[in-house]
Design a protein around this ligand. Sequence first.
Ligand code: FRU
Length: 600
Amino acid sequence: MSLFISIELSVRSIFRKAILGLAMLTVACQATGNKLSVHHLGDGQSLLKITEQKKYILLPIEEASPESRLSMVCDNEVIQTLNVRLAVTKTDYYVPIDLSGHRNISFNFHSVPDDAICWQDLKLSDNYDTVNKESYRPAYHFSPSYGWMNDPNGMVYKNGEFHLFYQYNPYGSMWGNMHWGHAVSKNMIDWEELPVALAPDGLGSIFSGSCVVDKKNTAGFGEGAIIAFYTSAGERQVQSMAYSQDNGRTFKKYERNPIITSTVRDFRDPKVFWHPETDRWIMVIAASQEMQFYSSPNLREWTYESSFGHGEGNHDGVWECPDLIRLPIDGSTQKKWVLLCNINPGGPFGGSATQYFIGEFNGKKFINDFPATTKWMDWGKDHYATVTWSNAPDNRNIAIGWMSNWQYANQVPTTQYRSANTLPRDLSLYKVGKELYIRCAPAPEVTALRKKGLSEKNIRVNNSYNISSFLPQDKKTYEIALSIKNESAEIIGWSLFNSKGEEIKMYYNLIDQTFSMDRTKSGITGFSEEFPTVTVAPIYKDAELNLRIFVDNSSIEVFGNEGCFVMTNLVFPTEPYTRLSFYAKGGSYEISSLNVYPIK
Ligand code: FRU
């Protein structure tokens, strides 16, 4: 006979009294109106019954706990299953499960010890507090109000709105239970979070993908429908689609999913675009260490065309999150096709990064024009899963990436949420000799954030030059715009620091032609051995050094010479960096202009 214990509980203090007698406890619980009964069934299985309903059940989470499987049953039907790190020894934070619209609810828990603290700490509530509790939450980059986020997904522009979907775990601040979260914005800076767009189903969880606006109704879901393509990640990875007939507010999954299958195990992240020359839709899918191209007249039936990747670029990891776009070459009317290829691991400083290939695409095949060089889009450690907006206004090609790295993304020192996106970047191509490279310029919407701040001109640096305070007292997030004319220096450097001596060092080495950022003493770095690093970018022009440095509460993005190089790194200072000190080695230089613009 199985052990059957039924305990009715509401709050922790009441639970403690449980040992005094079940009858007393039941009365107390009825008084609060919170009614949960836990039945331990042996072997780590428990059944939780909700007898008087509130809007949410709040699950106590402990990040160090293993994941346990939980299924939600209503009227005897399983309506969702998820994995949660239920608190065993202490509750780090709570996550909500929305119970509205459901009746006769119970939950089945697997592998949670009977003496785990979660049984005391579980709560029913009509509210879930999403007020920001994090000092590291960015002020002008997108981050979800709670839960885990990784790749940006399905970015599409329609009717004046930029939609951002993203890999999202609403049930914890670590990776798992992949949904598509959703937010909209008019300027890609101020975001309104909307309800989750796509939730896991019988085919699996919802991995990365893209959206298009079907202007000509090729798929038959209506003119202007937003069609989403994503990977259903079950035991195998297959491609699926969903459509929205209300400007992205709700999505219906296509009844005949999946639409593309493969025997390749890592087969994911479909990116779809219209190819006018062949009058077809093209889908690019990352398949292990290559990119596969498919075509379709109607978004539902797809034909394999070709694969690209063998012997090309970096192969030290799995290829993920492709994008294929046509970018203009600065100063000419010519355009080239660019294949973005995120790779993990294999990045230049370890872990995740974005490589790219520039060449030709004829609707069937991609040819790399520059096979000799591996090209990286960003020279920091925290720029991944970068893709562009579909249907962006004014023929713009706007990219954003996930501002983290798989090496430590789950360990960064935040709790209520994990991860933010990079700033939006407008892409084009520039030439150096015969080579072409991507220019990533901060989007004009970012420049519009500038507030009035310190402005200095013609500062000569022989040895060093200090600015002990460059921000109004109440500000801590800002842009620094710098123009430097070198005279004879071999190293042009500066450090952004705080009163605790935590600092970010940045320097040009004009002998090696590089720009570096050192975050080894930037603040909290010990959560991963892979975090304290020096990242280095090659520089191709040095006549005048122009830089825009964006500092947010836990990130630094440097754009060199209007985006000829970019470096994105996370930082976790224990107080903001509000001091700046320049230095020169081997000679002198002039800072022709220095502007600090507070942001937000
Ligand atoms: C890239 C990635 C994708 C996948 C998603 C899962 O960061 O691994 O390839 O679709 O994350 O969350």
